[in-house]
Design a protein around this ligand. Structure first.
Ligand SMILES: *Cc1c(COP(=O)(O)O)cnc(C)c1O
Length: 374
């Protein structure tokens, strides 16, 4: 019996090795060189004006929130409306920056419900953090509009959205800042890295300084000049060690060439699933509408999820759950009835395997297991 994992990254091994070989032969595996090339290629690919390559999306989300806070004079404890239905990085980033995640509810798209977002706005609300679950941009345009109307910053956690397009443009346009993940099992897999895309130059400049311990890049480049002050650079603030490196960027540069083709195949897998599954009161499919989704995930809602997981595991198929309600974790605890749809949907949601090694037969096998009784 062939086992089918939930995720399995594919790499163009020879191309990756030859990019990495260039780093090794040049003697440059760190910040600069391929990281700068990747930033240029990502801007070209997405049409976004700024891009800074980091060691993870988690680091990017932290810098996104911190820089907005610093630039706009937000106070500790000011509020960011966020979703409880996400990977914990999203809400940790708000917490790292000393701000408070205020949870709004989701709807059947698994993304934030625009009406619930409006109901959470208080005089201390500063921003909205939106996550496009599984690559789905549903509700994002409405939430972006709510942000604009209420003078709130909009942060897009686009960890699942590499390659998602909305009305023909890449996800991220219209947000104040967007963060992508190139984690080992995301759509553009490296091992660990991410991209922080601000919409303005000053924030991008601050991100570059903060991602490298606060070192002032202008005095650093001056220090590279051949004079007696080569050793001298300024450190005007306490930054972090968050920047990416040229080995990760090598993997990203190769992956980017194939991203659209790979996502196209993911959408085919989603189509096969939608055709093969029997929808009804026991099972429904979460649709990605109003966008060309990267299809990081294919999710269904099940009345009896735990029985389905046992059945699938018995057949060597490994599904996943994205996500557990973050309010079940002690640091985000609050009365669960504040977001009833999140509670309901996180108890039913199941992610079925989506990766480039899968065939239509695999999808049918998975659908057949789900149809089995008992
Ligand atoms: C994976 C993920 C992140 C974090 O990405 P890293 O690159 O691993 O730090 C953030 N948000 C969401 C929704 C994710 O799925």
């Amino acid at each position: 019996m062939k086992t089918i994992p939930l995720f399995k990254p594919s790499f163009h091994v020879d191309e990756c090795l030859s990019e990495i070989r260039e780093c090794l032969e040049k003697g440059w595996t760190g910040l600069g060189y391929k990281t700068l090339i990747m930033e240029e290629k990502w801007k070209e690919y997405t049409g976004l004006p700024y891009a800074h390559f980091l060691n993870s999306a988690t680091a990017g989300l932290h810098l996104a929130v911190k820089i907005l806070k610093d630039r706009h004079g937000w106070k500790d404890g000011d509020e960011v409306i966020s979703t409880p239905f996400t990977f914990v990085s999203t809400n940790h980033a708000i917490t790292y920056a000393g701000l408070k995640p205020v949870f709004a509810d989701i709807d059947g798209t698994l993304n934030l419900n625009p009406g619930s977002v409006v109901s959470r706005i208080t005089p201390r609300t500063r921003a909205i953090m939106f996550v496009g679950i599984g690559g789905n941009a549903a509700n994002f345009p409405e939430v972006r509009e709510i942000g604009r109307k209420h003078g709130l910053k909009v942060i897009l956690d686009a960890a699942h959205m590499a390659g998602t397009r909305i009305d023909g443009v890449h996800a991220g346009h219209g947000a104040d800042v967007t963060v992508f993940s190139f984690h080992a099992v995301k759509n553009l897999p490296t091992a660990d890295s991410g991209m922080l895309c601000f919409s303005d130059e000053e924030s991008d400049r601050m991100a570059r300084r903060l991602s490298w311990l606060g070192i002032d890049l202008d005095t650093y480049s001056r220090s590279l000049k051949d004079d007696a002050y080569k050793w001298k650079y300024d450190v005007p603030c306490v930054g972090f060690k968050y920047h990416g490196n040229s080995v990760m960027a090598s993997l990203a540069l190769v992956g980017l060439k194939y991203l659209d083709e790979d996502n196209g195949y993911r959408r085919r897998i989603a189509g096969w699933y939608a055709g093969a599954l029997d929808e009804g009161p026991e099972l429904s499919v979460v649709r990605h509408e109003g966008c060309e989704s990267s299809r990081h995930l294919f999710q269904i809602l099940l009345e009896n999820r735990e029985a389905a997981i046992i059945k699938l595991n018995r057949h060597g198929i490994n599904p996943g759950v994205h996500y557990r309600d973050n309010r079940e974790y002690p640091q985000y605890q609050e009365a669960l009835d504040k977001c009833p749809e999140c509670v309901r949907l996180s108890g039913k949601v199941l992610s079925l395997p989506v990766h480039l090694g899968m065939t239509e037969d695999d999808v049918e096998r998975i659908a057949d297991v789900l149809k089995e009784n008992g």
